[in-house]
Design a protein around this ligand. Sequence first.
Ligand code: WTA
Length: 698
Amino acid sequence: MCMGYERRCVFFKMSGDSAQMFNPADKVAKISHCSSMEQYRKMHEKSLKDPEGFWSEIAKDFHFEENGLGQFLDYNFDVRKGKIYTKWMAGSKTNISYNCLDRHVLAGKGDQVAFHWEGNDPADAEIVTYSDLMKDVCRMSNVLKSKGVSKGDRVAIYMPMIKELVVAMLAVARIGAVHSIVFGGYSAGSLADRMLDAEASALITTDAVWRGSKLIPLKEIADDALKICRAKNTNIKVNIVVKHISRVTAPQSAANGAANGNPAKKTHFDDTGNFKVGWDDKVDVWWHDVVKDVSSECPPVWMDAEDPLFMLYTSGSTGKPKGVLHTVGGYMLYAATTFKYSFDYHPGDIYFCTADIGWITGHTYVTYGPLLNNATSVLFEGVPTYPHSGRFWEIIEKYKVSKFYTAPTAIRTLMKYGDEPVKKYDLSSLAVLGSVGEPINPEAWLWYYRVVGDSNVSIVDTFWQTETGGHVITPLPGATPAKPGSACFPFFGVDVALLDEEGREIKGEGEGYLVFRQPWPGIMRTVYGNHERFETTYFKKFPGFYCTGDGAKRDKDGYIWVTGRIDDMLNVSGHLLSTAQVESSMVEHEHVAEAAVVARPHNVKGECLHCFVTLTQGADFTDKLVSELKVKVRSTIGPFATPDYIQLAPGLPKTRSGKIMRRVLRKIAAGERDFGDISTLADPSVVEVLFEHRPNDK
Ligand code: WTA
């Protein structure tokens, strides 16, 4: 039975159980919270057998205002027994913003640096202490309250990686509202869809940001999104706008302006160099204006541990994104604990996660995990290759970063520049290097270890999902001997199983669907506004289990190797996209009758989009059409979804019942001919025709 994940193994030539092992770095193991496999196994076993005993001990470090730890755990994971639900500490009262800020300030840690903000341009930097952050958060909480935002309301956030983004999330959480952050690379249409689905009552955005040398006019995009919302009779109460672009250094190309042909300079700045924004007095207010006269104190709203904290949209296989909903208490425990153990955090560490807060990695491991642990982090606005390809390494040297967390796609991009840009900097402060977002190919793993880590670090390949809230399979850097390409073993509270197509459990060595048997505190609670979709997507295929949608194999030593998505989902540079989302955007073009999109291996992005399009009668497949389709996808979804390859498909490989056989398309996209059994195709000759039209690797 084809499960669709063989493509990953072929591409990355995963070496499975024959892989080399790398022991934890001595300097990490010596001081580690968990310093042996024996200790890991004991703790893991306790976390499964006695979740209450295990997690309530951890919960003691946090502030709960009322009702102790409530009813500790209650759940149903089996659709045959009724509604799926998970509740941790229901009835107890807490607030995550209080636990991230007040708790540390009250303990005398107010002067400690929470964030070293590092701008897109190396000339821009700022220090934010815990007490600064707390005051800023309280001010914004007071502003939100004064604008009518209250407990349970949804607030959309569309911002770059600046301090105010962290302030906004914590301010929303402080008053019990629910944040819904939309990544600043999404289009107006995608932002509008998410605001409409969440019925957001307020928006927080920014005038614009430089990402490398590119200007992203966020407010302009947000204005277009608000227009779409208005056309659907949905109005927000307030749009709070951070004035940012004028306080940072513009890239050289923009400073030279039109002379250098930088179109941003011509269209977005007036003659005196001011950034131009549209303004609607009914909703728009400047952040700096509204925070001026409000108090820097704001008592937190005490929330039930099971009240919603945030929602974050992730791609769904039907095309419509799902609002993954996390609640306050369980997420708090899980974000804090995974951060502490996976990165082996200790006071004095300087931690740097390069993920954008617009994705789950930024939620859990830029904002909540580090702040809950009273950590000091780098918050980076820019991109890895601007103004030069040593930017990450320059930052690591500057702040003496000890724990660093990035994505395989960034590692592969930087590998292309060779070792020299890395070796220019002193990276001896590094102790733990993390990877997230997609399987890391052993070649990139080894480069990360040897060149960046100087063979004196522990590498943690952390597997998790928006839905899981935090790491679910990961090495522990002081305990686990790592195998390059394997995420190793389950985190505390996570009970892994592999199932075959019929739902039978595969014990020992083998390969199958990656599922989890019982809830850990960070698991999502529902899909916002659609609990049935939550049950169908994650719990119906294998009753009694949470189904990740990924395939995995277990080797003879028990190591887990996640092999990639087995549903109709793509992972481009660590960003999940559904094929349906891209297809439905393409078929909106008048000359496209049908479109099928699959993943094609890409040596930097991991996967890229390869699209097969069938045209309407009389239409021609031209370069113009190809570029129109690329623009279409960019504008409906966002630039990161732009297809790399679009090819003509006079016909598509369909079964007699009309279902497109995507595994055949994936093979064609990859340039491979071992199709397996294609006897169920209505017209097998279509395969050769598609091969003739296949664009070569760029
Ligand atoms: C993939 C990102 C292999 C996987 C935190 C998962 C990984 C999806 C890894 C979730 C990893 C993430 N090894 N695959 N270490 N980390 N994935 O929701 O397919 O953006 O289901 O969360 O990314 O993506 P999401």
